[in-house]
Design a binder for this molecule. Structure first.
Ligand SMILES: O=C(O)CCC(=O)C(=O)O
Length: 374
């Protein structure tokens, strides 16, 4: 066993009267260069603000040996062949309940578009520091910005991750607001993913036994936030996480990951790797949809491990109006899904109140839905 470093001992015992986390966080923020800036500066030890070893057990840093696999659902032929559609609907219903996650193939978006989207995010981060810095902001009203850790000043530990975000609704940014190095692909990819969202919401509605247009007509779900995630190589990956354990505060996420791996889903009390499948997209249920489906669909914990090698790049498309704060529109279990055998588990509330609860507790705690349970 390795001898723990002084910092690890401090973290274990919580005894270090000299450590000023907020000062470290502020100095990091002032660089406006995020985690990539730290790596570019040549660090060989990670700053303590990134330590999450004690907050979360992630000793299984090597690929796990679980035989479990996140379901892969093939959408080929479902628009024209009714038996293929029924088969896909049954798989979707089961995956959304049991896993809250699935991968889709033959979804209609070309692999060259997916690959180019990953390259676009990479190009954004490979730009000169000064160019990247000019986009760095915590102003949520900006349609295009980059930052490191959305909740930097409140989360108990900082993730080893930088993000570049695009608010695509109600109106997408003007093309000239989008960095030139990824402009064309952000526009093309987001249009295609928006169309896929329509198809998936239709499938979800049918899988729930609702009218196919039900979820597509929900005003509160009609928002699109696109986020490129950049995970630089990490000198001490056993001490931190790329993305801490969390659920998504939205209706649904469509996620594109590169071939590095690292995403894990909590399933039956174990972390299961979401193995990269080239050309696929990952779909996961957000907290709002768990509430509205009265737990027929599940919003589950997931996280991202980092490695010595990198960067790892992913692109998350989160669907919810006014992301991340939600709207004041009332949401509650969908009436058509309720019966004597399936009484409401949640009271009616608003997406705004659920989101407030989510951020109140920090992303490490699954508490956003708990206060709304009957
Ligand atoms: O990078 C990933 O694979 C997942 C990112 C994620 O969980 C998120 O953006 O909420």
């Amino acid at each position: 066993m390795e001898t723990p470093t002084k910092n690890q001992l401090d973290l274990d015992t919580g005894e270090d009267s000299t450590y000023d986390r907020m000062a470290e966080v502020k100095a990091f923020e002032e660089t406006k260069l995020g985690v990539k800036g730290l790596v570019d500066s040549g660090i060989t030890k990670i700053p303590r603000m990134f330590y999450s070893a004690k907050l979360e057990d992630h000793t299984d840093i090597s690929p796990n040996d679980s035989k479990l696999n996140v379901p892969i659902i093939d959408l080929k032929g479902i628009a024209t062949n009714s038996s293929l559609r029924v088969e896909a609907l049954n798989k979707i219903r089961r995956a959304c309940k049991e896993w809250g996650f699935f991968q889709v193939v033959n979804h209609g978006i070309g692999v060259e578009v997916l690959d180019e989207m990953i390259c676009g995010i990479r190009r954004f981060y490979e730009q000169e520091d000064e160019v990247r810095k000019s986009f760095y902001s915590r102003d949520v009203n900006k349609k295009v910005r980059c930052f490191s850790n959305g909740n930097l000043f409140r989360d108990p530990s900082t993730d080893w991750r930088d993000s570049v975000a695009f608010v695509m609704t109600p109106e997408p940014p003007n093309p000239e607001e989008i960095p030139a190095v990824c402009r064309d692909i952000v526009i093309e990819y987001s249009e295609k993913v928006r169309a896929l969202r329509f198809t998936i919401f239709e499938l979800f509605s049918e899988a729930l036994g609702l009218h196919p247009s039900y979820l597509n007509e929900l005003d509160s779900a009609d928002g699109y936030f696109l986020m490129g995630q950049f995970y630089p190589p990490c000198p001490e990956p056993e001490l931190t996480l790329g993305t801490s354990k969390h659920t998504d505060i939205c209706f649904m996420t469509i996620l594109l990951q590169d071939q590095m791996g690292g995403l894990q889903v909590l399933h039956e009390n174990q972390w299961v790797d979401v193995h990269p499948v080239h050309g696929s997209l990952i779909v996961n249920i957000g907290d709002f949809l768990q509430l509205m489906t009265n737990d027929m669909f599940s919003s589950v914990y997931h996280r991202v491990l980092v490695r010595h090698t990198g960067p790892r790049i992913s692109v998350a498309s989160l669907f919810s109006k006014s992301f991340p704060i939600g709207t004041s529109e009332v949401i509650g279990p969908i009436k058509q899904l309720l019966s004597e055998d399936n009484p409401p588990i949640y009271r009616e509330t608003t997406a705004k109140d659920v989101a407030a609860q989510y951020f109140e507790n920090g992303r490490n705690v699954k508490a956003s839905l708990a206060p709304f349970r009957l």
